[in-house]
Design a protein around this ligand. Structure first.
Ligand code: PBG
Length: 357
């Protein structure tokens, strides 16, 4: 289902494409050596001096999986649905047709299958594993990315194991390694640890290499902040209902920037192939500094709350949703992102494909 963006703004075509300077009264004319507006006066000229472009190659589309039949709308994310494995295969086919290079899979686990240890994460028949196998078979040309973290599977909603209210680091990493290995065996191309435990990237790289899976990539959620913008995502995977407390002992403090650089440095040293910053728009300063400091393939996650703010305002007719969507995505490119995980991916790709047709 495509999200509705409200009616097009009536003013859209009020001005002609080429705005030529009206004859200016000689007395009023300023003596300016430079007039930046000259480069903006026509669409062809704006295209000529444009510094960044957004293409379908920049998109990673996150999908939600469910055991329920068909498609189930996510209330707090207008236009986003949870998909059965069959529907996920169809979505992957759609993504491939739209030239989206990669999709990301997130499961809504049946609450009956959640426990304190998140043991469902290691079940080869869990939703993610079934979807990986089905999509790899039917749509082998698309890249598959999976989150590594326990929150979709734990009864307490945390990304790791908990003892006496403490999120355990090293014990959690041991489980995450097993989760990552299972995903890789099932066909996952990019392992994306989102748990923020210390040392997990190195432990996963090590295990993959020892199993001869040297080509499986790692995209590290290196600078992942403890953010309220994840609210709708937690609805989508059903962890809002279960989450006790918050994630501030492992996810980063939104007040910190230097610390993000140290996190990235560690992940690169441990073998990360790609770096991610999350959330997106409120953290463009972090993204830009990371890209310019390390020159690594660097991605941004335009997270659920960012999506929902745009989609909901658009539904109400308060903003032109399509324009705000495109503006938000070019902002990531301008800040230095090599790509963006975004729930808008199919709409963006459709628009870009229309433009180039
Ligand atoms: C789980 C995870 C989260 C997101 C991606 N992976 C939520 C969280 O850390 O609580 C958020 C994505 C979004 O909001 O769109 N570790």
């Amino acid at each position: 289902m495509a999200i509705k963006f409200g009616r097009p703004l009536e003013a859209r075509n009020r001005f002609t494409q080429v705005e030529t300077e009206a004859a200016t009264d000689a007395a009023a004319r300023l003596d300016l050596p430079s007039r930046p507006r000259r480069n903006r006066r026509a669409e062809w000229a704006r295209r000529l001096v444009r510094e960044t472009v957004l293409s379908t190659d920049d998109l990673i589309w996150p999908l939600f999986l469910t055991d329920a039949q068909g498609r189930t709308p996510v209330k707090s994310m207008p236009g986003v649905e949870r998909l059965s494995v069959d529907e996920a295969v169809r979505a992957a086919e759609r993504a491939a047709k739209l030239s989206i290079p990669c999709i990301a899979l997130f499961p809504h686990t049946d609450p009956a299958r959640r426990d304190a240890d998140g043991s469902e994460a290691l079940n080869p028949e869990n939703l993610v594993c079934r979807a990986l196998r089905a999509i790899k078979k039917e749509v082998p040309e698309i890249g598959l990315l999976c989150d590594v973290a326990l929150d979709p599977f734990t009864s307490h909603g945390h990304d790791g194991l908990v003892r006496d209210g403490i999120i355990l680091n090293d014990e959690t990493v041991a489980v995450l390694v097993k989760q990552a290995m299972l995903q890789a065996e099932m066909g996952c191309d990019i392992i994306a640890p989102s748990d923020m435990m210390d040392g997990r990237v190195g432990a996963i790289r090590n295990a993959l290499d020892r199993a001869n899976m040297i080509d499986v990539q790692i995209m590290a959620y290196s600078a992942k902040y403890a953010s309220a913008f994840y609210g709708p995502f937690r609805d989508a995977i059903g962890s809002n209902a279960t989450l006790t407390g918050d994630k501030r002992t492992y996810q980063m403090d939104p007040a910190n920037a230097d610390e993000a650089l140290r996190e990235v440095e560690l992940d690169i040293a441990e073998g990360a192939d790609m770096i991610m910053v999350k959330p997106g728009l409120p953290y463009l300063d972090i993204l830009h500094t990371i890209k310019t400091t390390f020159g690594m393939p660097t991605f941004a996650y335009q997270v659920s709350g960012e999506y929902s703010m745009i989609a909901a305002a658009a539904q109400n007719g308060w903003i032109d949703g399509e324009k705000v969507m495109m503006e938000s995505l070019i902002a990531f490119k301008r800040a230095g992102a090599d790509g963006v995980l975004t729930y808008f991916a199919p709409q963006v790709a459709e628009k870009l494909n229309r433009q180039s047709a």
